[in-house]
Every structure is written in structure tokens, then in C-alpha cells.
Design a protein around this ligand. Structure first.
Ligand code: CUA
Length: 158
């Protein structure tokens, strides 16, 4: 087949555009985090109850860190451990959470705390609790028949 010079040019241009397009799609997918970044902490989700710090869920005062408290949370169908936590207002707290089974959410209504908990991964979030009140913790990832009953309470007190 004989190709005219301009047809060759358009063919080259077309293939080139396709390559650029695929690279952009690839880079875009990477930046949206379709694969977990390598720095994310992992855990064997079947061993959560035996793995520190998840063997002792709850609030702990810590020292020598940038935060004052650590709130260790274990989610499973269809509840959170602990069921309730009470934290002094103004505290900087690091929430460290994971799930024992399926994907759950950890959203604290009325705050900026909103995490997705995935089996095999540890989710962490550091925040300062500067409003007093009782904040409902909700699961915002559909996780099964008990999804809508899955909740706990964060009390921020004087
Ligand atoms: Cu857990 Cu929805």
C-alpha cells in the first residue's frame, strides 16, 4: 500500500496522540490513588484482635508525640470498639483505626473526621477536638444488613 506523505504524517500524529492520551489516563489513575500508596500501614485483618494497638481498643494518653491522645478503633460488622470515647476539649488526638472484616466507614458527624476502613489497612487521622459535645460516629460505607445500626459516640468534654 502506498501512503501519501500527508497520510503518513496524520498516522504518526494519531498514534502519538493515542500514546499521550494513554499516559495521561495512566498518570491520572495513579494520582487518584487506585492503588494504595506504599507508605500505608498494613495489617493482617484476621489477626486484628492479637495485633497491637488493636488488641486494646480505646483512648490512651500519650507523651513524646505531636498529639496528646490516641484513639484506637476496631470496626467490625456491625459495631465499633470502643462503643464510646470521652476526650477533653482542645485535645489533639490521633485516630488509629482498622476493620476485622469488610470495608466500613468512620465518620464523626459535625467534624472533619471521615475515614474509610479497609481490611488489611490501618487508617490514621490527626485532629484537634475544639468543640464540646456528643458526636455520633457513623458508618458511611455499606457493609451489610446491620450497616444502618453501626454507630458509636465521641464525647468531647470540658
Ligand atoms: Cu459498617 Cu456500614
Amino acid at each position: 500500500m502506498h501512503l501519501h506523505r500527508y497520510e503518513k504524517w496524520w498516522l504518526t500524529f494519531g498514534v502519538g496522540s493515542l500514546v499521550v492520551f494513554l499516559v495521561v489516563i495512566g498518570v491520572g489513575a495513579f494520582h487518584q490513588g487506585h492503588q494504595p500508596p506504599s507508605s500505608v500501614k498494613t495489617i493482617n485483618y484476621e489477626q486484628v484482635d492479637k495485633t497491637a494497638p488493636f488488641d486494646e481498643p480505646g483512648l490512651k494518653k500519650v507523651s513524646g508525640q505531636d498529639w496528646d491522645y490516641e484513639l484506637v478503633v476496631v470496626a467490625s460488622a456491625f459495631y465499633y470498639a470502643p462503643v464510646e470515647a470521652e476526650i477533653p476539649v482542645g485535645s489533639k488526638v490521633k485516630i488509629i483505626a482498622t476493620t476485622k472484616d469488610v470495608v466500613h466507614g468512620f465518620e464523626v458527624a459535625g467534624t472533619n473526621i471521615n475515614m474509610m476502613l479497609e481490611p488489611g489497612y490501618i487508617s490514621e487521622y490527626v485532629t484537634t477536638l475544639d468543640k464540646t459535645g456528643e458526636f455520633l460516629v457513623l458508618c458511611n460505607e455499606y457493609c451489610g444488613t446491620g450497616h444502618h445500626t453501626m454507630k458509636s459516640m465521641l464525647k468531647v468534654v470540658e
